[in-house]
Design a protein around this ligand. Sequence first.
Ligand SMILES: [Cu+2]
Length: 131
Amino acid sequence: MHFSKYTLAAAALVSSVFAQEVKVHVVKVSGTTNTLTFSPSKLTAAVGEMVQFQFGVGNHTVTQSTFDAPCVPIGSKTGITGIHSGFMPVAANADRVPTYTVPINSTTPMWLYCAQGKHCQNGMVMVINEK
Ligand SMILES: [Cu+2]
């Protein structure tokens, strides 16, 4: 088999592209005792990065809203289809952590809340890229 110097240069370029890792920001949704929290509740993420929500004990969601109506789905205010993980029930003795991962496509602030019961009204809210 014959490799020209151009083939080798191309191969080196491809391997360096694959070696780059996408930055993933982890947000814990609840914890081991069904807390009404996102942790962290504020983060900054660049375009091309990811935010992975890891669901702890309880039955929570990650649902996009707006600054003006933080406990209402963004779609009911704007017609925009926002992100929504659906409900993620996790038992106290669960041995798996369900996840929901959101790619960051812009740095426009993204307001998020939990759509379960009164969790949002009780403070279960967060923001990505608050201005
Ligand atoms: Cu919740």
